[in-house]
Design a protein around this ligand. Structure first.
Ligand SMILES: [Zn+2]
Length: 388
């Protein structure tokens, strides 16, 4: 099961907009009070903060019971992140749960609790949102306001996807920079084109930054929007092809959990570039998840530990197995292969689980396939290790 957020624009009357604005201010003020309480008590516990300030928050900010509960929950989750402990919540969003939010499919509206009572608001839905929301009973959501003054609701839905037919039934996807995505069947989506375009944007950006004029800043902003849209369209194509293939073959899609990807990018990239890469990974991963959900294709995130160091044939884990960014050579059984493909196969196998007997068949198929295409990979097993 996975949770997706379906984003819809709220179609508000003037009074409703004012009610939401007032509620956002009260909600943010309550969050900030609760954060202050947590800091004073030196706790990140939802329950402890609740005990100390729940009735106080309701009285002071005029919140309904569950809006106060959500504000405390938001505060606790912020306190748990070290970098955010000292931040303040701005009055631009509200969290909703089942008691204070509901969705009605009959007329595509949502009901939201505000400090001025319940409001029923139409949501703008296209075919895409309709397919995701149809015949569901979502129980939580978040409402936010953009800088341009538009209001959106992100409705959380839980999507059940069936398990694939057997344990060979996964396509593993390894995300990277030189190759944007490498699949466990040996398919590589090259990042060359993207990197070339990025380099061009980067050069322009630097010369504009040197200028530093107001006009230059405006161009910079437009540039970053254009770069993002370019990346999004590439990600759209890649995710489409991965999910179509999985659907056609009756397989599921497995990816590494994002935290692992972040760590790897951090090691090699600096500030601006790092941010763009991180955003691009996140965007691609989200697009794959959504397309899987719509196509009924199983989707899983797996623990990324050792996916780059583990030999998928004999199960041996050693840092030195990964000779370079692109080369994998197992120190135990001698398997030689493209490092990204090895990573993708490990992801397809579910990360840390050690099942060499399953791995062998798929690795041989992939690597032999690669050899036919004239790539460098070869397989030289030492039978004593592989044999069961
Ligand atoms: Zn090995």
């Amino acid at each position: 099961m996975q949770t997706l957020t379906v984003k819809c624009k709220l179609v508000l009357s003037k009074e409703q907009r004012e009610a939401l604005d007032t509620t956002m201010r009260a909600f943010a003020a309550a969050c900030n009070d609760a954060i202050a309480v947590g800091r004073r008590l030196n706790t990140t516990s939802n329950i402890r903060i609740h005990r100390v300030c729940y009735s106080d928050l309701r009285a002071r900010h005029g919140l309904t019971a569950n809006l106060a509960v959500r504000a405390i929950a938001r505060a606790a989750s912020i306190l748990k992140i070290k970098e955010r402990r000292n931040s303040t919540v701005r009055p631009t969003s509200i969290d909703y749960d089942a008691r204070i939010f509901s969705f009605r499919e009959a007329d595509w509206t949502v009901s939201l609790s505000t400090v001025q009572g319940r409001i029923r608001v139409p949501i703008a839905v296209g075919a895409y949102q309709k397919r995701l929301l149809s015949s569901r009973k979502p129980t939580s959501a978040v409402v936010w306001k953009t800088r341009q003054g538009d209001y959106y609701i992100g409705i959380h839905i839980n999507v059940e996807t069936p398990p694939p037919e057997d344990e060979h039934g996964w396509i593993g996807v390894d995300l990277g920079i030189a190759s944007i995505a490498t699949l466990s069947d040996g398919t590589v989506f090259s990042g060359d084109q993207i990197e070339r375009v990025r380099a061009r944007y980067e050069r322009t950006r630097r010369s504009l930054q040197r200028k530093g004029t107001r006009g230059a800043k405006r161009v910079l902003k437009r540039l970053s929007g254009r770069e993002r849209r370019f990346q999004q369209s590439i990600n759209h194509t890649i995710s489409r092809r991965i999910v179509d293939r999985a659907a056609a073959e009756g397989k599921g899609v497995r990816l590494e959990d994002l935290s692992g990807i972040r760590k790897r990018v951090r090691a090699r990239n600096k500030s601006q570039r790092r941010r763009i890469h991180r955003w691009a990974f996140h965007d691609l991963r989200t697009k794959i998840a959504y397309k899987c959900a719509l196509a009924g294709v199983p989707f899983e995130l797996i623990d990324p530990r050792y996916t780059s160091q583990r030999c998928p044939v004999c199960g041996h884990v050693e840092k030195a197995n990964r000779k370079s960014q692109s080369e994998f050579v197992c120190r135990l059984c001698g398997l030689e292969a493209n490092a990204d493909v090895v990573g993708a196969i490990n992801i397809a196998l579910g990360g840390v689980v050690n099942r060499p007997e399953v791995a062998l068949a798929s690795v041989l198929t992939v690597l032999h396939g690669q050899n036919r295409n004239g790539s460098k990979s070869s397989y030289k097993p030492m039978t004593s290790v592989v044999g069961s």
